[in-house]
Design a protein around this ligand. Structure first.
Ligand code: SF4
Length: 346
């Protein structure tokens, strides 16, 4: 089997037309790669278009206020990507505005790991470095019957070795695009369309009926359950109160209502007696009611958040409160955005 030729010819017949494939500008390719990390193409596309329109060059991205970048990123999740995006843009500006020109130099950019550096280097500069992402692991493990766990050190090493032996050094961009597209469209995680697959006769998983077993992945760490009781302040003049999250950890730098964290549901008096509640409302008279008795569940990679929203109507103004329009204009995490859009219709 000539793996690379078969793959590239499949690609020519099936590839989707995507804007970042029509360019060799490393800035635009980098932008698309960061947006598409842990994100499906359909979801990432409008963000890519918005970013290119607002920041057509790396200079404009570097010069923008961080809040504006986070606001534009709102809804896409994994916000460290947005912060790294801007930090990397500033690194480029510090080097006379010239984008790094090789895989090795690209790795020095904030937020750019081996996969992204390989994608940019091969697409923009035709450097023969192989990309290895979830799609690539799946395709290779199935076709070659590789059962080493893809998230183990040994697995990563062996998959890279195999991937490096397969890349077409004369067509690295096409090869890398092709294998990722093949994983995204043809050899998909569930029910791949083996009946029309050009690798059917060679694919170990197909021949040995092991498609559902491959690729092998080690079990994830335990998910932590957290209960957040958000305080939705409403002052007599209709203002509300937000706080900025710390610059590290989940949703870093985004805004949210102040909240009380607990191990489970809280009764009204337990909620209002909590230290974090008193820090916000100590000395202020208020009336409280819970907006949702049943928590809204939000899953993150290692956390499961149970969110309750409490409406706190204060009798006097509260220091730091802002108008609803101002609050909505802040970079918000997904729980806040959904709540605000429902509670204070758009
Ligand atoms: S035969 Fe099926 S499992 Fe094997 S590469 Fe093709 S689509 Fe994937």
């Amino acid at each position: 089997m000539n793996f690379s030729n078969t793959l590239i010819s499949w690609y020519h017949n099936h590839k989707r037309s995507l804007p970042w494939r029509e360019t060799t500008d490393p800035y635009l390719i980098w932008l698309s790669e960061i947006i598409l990390q842990q994100t499906r193409v359909n979801q990432g596309m409008p963000y890519y278009l918005k970013f290119v329109e607002r920041f057509p060059t790396v200079q404009e991205l570097a010069a923008a206020p961080q809040e504006e970048v986070l606001k534009l990123w709102q809804g896409l999740g994994y916000y460290s990507r947005a912060r790294n995006l801007q930090a990397a843009a500033r690194q480029v500006i510090d080097k006379a505005g010239i984008f790094p020109k090789s895989y090795k130099e690209l790795l020095e950019l904030k937020g750019v790991g081996e996969y992204t550096a390989a994608a940019i280097a091969s697409f923009a500069y035709k450097e023969p470095v192989v990309v290895v992402d979830g799609n690539v692991y799946r395709v290779l493990s199935r076709i070659y019957g590789f059962s080493l766990p893809i998230n183990s050190t040994e697995g990563v090493k062996e998959f890279k070795k195999l991937a490096n032996s397969l890349i077409d050094p004369k067509k690295p961009a096409q090869y890398n695009q092709a294998i990722m597209e093949f994983g995204a469209l043809q050899c998909v995680p569930k029910n791949p369309d083996c009946g029309v697959c050009p690798f059917q006769n060679d694919c170990a998983a197909f021949k040995e009926d092991r498609i559902t077993e491959l690729p092998v992945k080690l079990k994830k760490t335990k998910v932590l359950s957290l209960h957040h009781h958000y305080m939705v302040t409403i002052t007599p003049s209709g203002k509300t109160l937000l706080q900025e999250r710390p610059q590290t950890g989940i949703w870093a730098g985004l805004y949210e209502f102040p909240f009380v964290e607990s191990n489970g549901a809280l009764l009204s008096h337990e909620f209002t007696a909590a230290d974090s509640f008193q820090e916000v409302y100590g000395g202020v008279r208020f009336r409280e009611s819970v907006y949702n008795q049943e928590p809204i569940i939000h899953k993150l990679s290692h956390r499961k958040i149970h969110a309750y929203f409490w409406i706190i109507e204060t009798e006097t103004e509260v220091e730091g409160a802002m108008s609803i329009a101002e609050a909505k204009a802040k970079p918000l995490h997904v729980l806040m955005e959904r709540f605000m859009n429902e509670f204070w219709h758009k």
